[in-house]
Design a protein around this ligand. Structure first.
Ligand SMILES: [Zn+2]
Length: 179
């Protein structure tokens, strides 16, 4: 939780924000001990740019880290456009999920999106696994999502109303663990 900085939806925007307004990344409280004082603690790097060729790639992408003065643990903040612990970004995951929601098979989706079937199956299984928790939190905040009856209807409504990264950033802010 508190890992995602909402509304930073492209890597270029992230690089610009880090250079001009880095204060927006600093967490208000430590995610480990809830203490209020965090110091900047450098950056680590992620190869988050999957689009550019090697010459115009934005990689490596710096991810700011913070050190808590209370418990001395570190934490980092990711821009909304980078998914925690995943190689692919949210935009690609959203395309896959929307394709599967139409009833497309894992094999068909794998072909269409040119992604490994095991990767697609993992995302799909994770969404099912966390569905009730995500659905409950999102419906509390966005009652207009509440009319659908099942998994498919809920996520079709949700991804029409907001992007997957927006939904995940919001869940993260609410303290729901985003896979
Ligand atoms: Zn702490």
């Amino acid at each position: 939780m508190y890992r995602i900085v909402a509304s930073i939806i492209s890597l270029q925007q992230h690089l610009d924000s880090l250079a001009t307004n880095p204060v927006i990344y600093r967490p208000r409280v430590c995610p480990h001990c809830s203490f209020g004082q965090l110091w900047s603690h450098g950056c680590y790097e992620r190869k988050a740019d999957r689009h550019g060729s090697s010459s115009d790639s934005l990689n490596p992408i710096p991810i700011p880290r913070y050190l808590c003065q209370g418990c001395h643990q570190t934490c980092s903040r990711l821009p909304e456009c980078i998914a925690p612990r995943r190689w692919y970004n949210w935009t690609i995951q959203q395309i896959v999920i929307l394709t599967l929601l139409t009833g497309c098979s894992l094999r068909g989706c794998s072909k269409q999106c040119r992604l490994d079937r095991r990767t697609i199956r993992r995302w799909w299984n994770e969404l099912h696994e966390h569905h009730h928790k995500f659905e409950w939190s999102l419906r509390m905040r966005f009652p207009e999502l509440g009319r659908s009856v099942d998994f498919t209807g809920f996520w079709q409504n949700c991804l029409q109303a907001m992007s997957l990264s927006q939904a995940m950033a919001w869940l993260d802010r609410e303290g729901v663990i985003v896979p």
